[in-house]
Design a protein around this ligand. Structure first.
Ligand SMILES: [Zn+2]
Ligand SMILES: [Zn+2]
Length: 156
């Protein structure tokens, strides 16, 4: 079964640790200025640093995989970005556009896309085929992120 590439635990720990220093400081500043910490929209009170649930997920997405996943699915409106069909949340998976193995950012919403299970499986197969074509080894570093089969997924 195709699924989201497993996050390397040490990366999750490292990114989540930022939440308690960097994230807390940003939220403090946002409350002080009565601005949404994600979109900077003015807020009525200092009760919360978020203007909406979506902004809350968006902000937390930079620190926690669960929030990143939830944010990506809502941002993409429950629609698979490959086949453009809507699905129930249980049928959707969140994919790293540039695989973590190839240096893609694990928690950057810009590197996340919502795919249905079928499309995610095809993408994973294409990825594995590409690796086999290149000799099956680890991705060559010199290629840099973003060069893998992106044309297949975002045809010009
Ligand atoms: Zn906001
Ligand atoms: Zn699909």
């Amino acid at each position: 079964m195709a699924s989201v590439p497993p996050q390397r635990p040490e990366r999750i720990l490292r990114d989540s640790a930022r939440w308690f220093s960097e994230g807390a400081a940003l939220k403090r500043a946002a409350r002080r200025d009565r601005r949404c910490v994600a979109c900077s929209e003015a807020l009525e009170s200092r009760r919360t640093p978020y203007c909406s649930r979506l902004c809350q997920w968006r902000f937390q997405a930079g620190y926690f995989w669960d929030a990143a996943r939830t944010y990506a699915i809502h941002r993409d409106r429950f629609t698979c970005r490959a086949c453009a069909r809507r699905f129930r949340v249980g049928q959707l998976e969140v994919d790293h556009i540039v695989e973590i193995a190839r240096g893609g950012a694990p928690l950057d919403p810009a590197n996340l896309q919502t795919l249905c299970r079928g499309c995610h499986r095809s993408k994973t197969r294409a990825f594995l085929r590409g690796r086999a074509r290149r000799g099956g080894g680890a991705a060559p570093r010199s290629e840099g992120p973003g060069t893998f089969d992106l044309a297949d997924w975002f045809p010009a």
